[in-house]
Design a protein around this ligand. Structure first.
Ligand code: MEV
Length: 321
């Protein structure tokens, strides 16, 4: 069970909220076009507190641990995101000035759902502070609005994982399909951080441009991705880790083909496989950020994580399911 810690000097009238980090196991990018995808929340979360502020408007004190450069690079997008959440929630900070403080156990980095986790945490904290009584579905809607500040046209997969947690079959549509999947027991994974801050908006826009240019090639790749998602769901629900790993490898190949991987991600993927990971792939927006290796059992997880650390990369030992 995830333990979410808040600052101990949090006042009694402060609104509080949290949002999970995530790992996309199958079909990031393809999901933007309604291809089924699979995402899992991880046991790391961002926390937010909201309190009245003696000033004008709103201010953020971002105390999250972060990949160097991440906060600076995302600053303008964070401001845009914040305005969108406030607008969706109908909060007028010229009348009710607020201070938002971000913290928690999720390191702010690309590919791990940091933006979505913060949007969900903020939406929950606003609901708490202003007694809005928002349901999870409404929180998810507001977090989605916030995600637009970071992604432009997000699929909604990240805020869905950040809000509901668990292992989710996600299909973008009207409405989105959001189905909780069950695993026999949790599985260890390692997330390897390239240390590169990536721009998801640009990565998504790049896929769109290339898809328009090479429609036939991309159609074929998208069909493959769709077939793969169904096989992956069956393999996960049947707890067939060998099959899940092979399908992750296949998914990485498709992501390389749509040009969202990079040499650092490919290096970590190859390293994880060499060390015995059942499968490995980039995860999230790509062009930097994180990759994920399937490493059932603590020993294998440790072996793969240590190999990444020896090469100078950060490795997060976490799990799915
Ligand atoms: C980013 O975590 C996932 C993408 O598929 C974008 C999105 O779905 O909004 C790249």
């Amino acid at each position: 069970m995830l333990l979410i810690k808040f600052d101990t000097n949090v006042g009694p009238t402060m609104g509080k909220g949290s949002g999970f980090g995530k790992v996309i196991l199958f079909n990031e990018h393809f999901t933007v076009y309604g291809i089924p995808s699979i995402v899992s929340a991880i046991d790391r979360a961002t926390t937010a507190t909201v309190e009245p502020f003696e000033g004008t408007g709103w201010t953020i004190d971002d105390r999250r641990e972060a990949t160097p450069g991440y906060k600076e690079e995302k600053f303008e997008q964070q401001k845009d995101s914040m305005e969108r959440i406030l607008k969706a929630a109908g909060i007028d900070t010229t009348r009710d000035p607020i201070k938002i403080t971000l913290g928690g156990s999720l390191v702010a980095a690309s590919g791990i759902g940091a933006s979505a986790a913060s949007c969900t945490a903020i939406a929950r904290a606003l609901s708490d502070e202003f007694n809005l009584g928002l349901s999870d579905d409404r929180i998810n809607e507001f977090a989605y609005e916030g995600e637009k500040g970071y992604h432009g046209t997000p699929s909604g997969i990240d805020n869905t994982a950040a809000t509901y947690g668990g292992l989710i079959w996600f299909v973008r549509g009207a409405p989105n399909v959001i189905e909780q999947m069950k695993l026999e027991r949790p599985i260890e994974i390692v997330m390897g951080n390239t240390g590169l801050v990536a721009d998801t908006k640009a990565a998504v826009a790049g896929v769109r441009e290339r898809r328009e240019k090479y429609l036939e090639k991309y159609d074929k790749l998208f069909k493959e991705a769709e077939g793969l998602a169904h096989k992956a769901r069956k393999a996960l629900e049947g707890y067939d880790m060998n099959a899940v790993g092979k399908l992750m490898d296949e998914n990485h190949r498709l992501l390389q083909a749509i040009e969202v991987s990079c040499k650092e991600l490919d290096f970590l993927v190859a390293l994880a496989r060499e060390q015995g990971a059942f499968g490995a792939k980039m995860t999230g927006g790509g062009l930097g950020g994180n990759m994920v290796a399937l490493t059932p059992g603590k020993d294998l997880q440790e072996k793969v994580a240590q190999a990444m650390e020896r090469e100078g990369f950060e490795a997060l030992r976490t799990g799915i399911g």
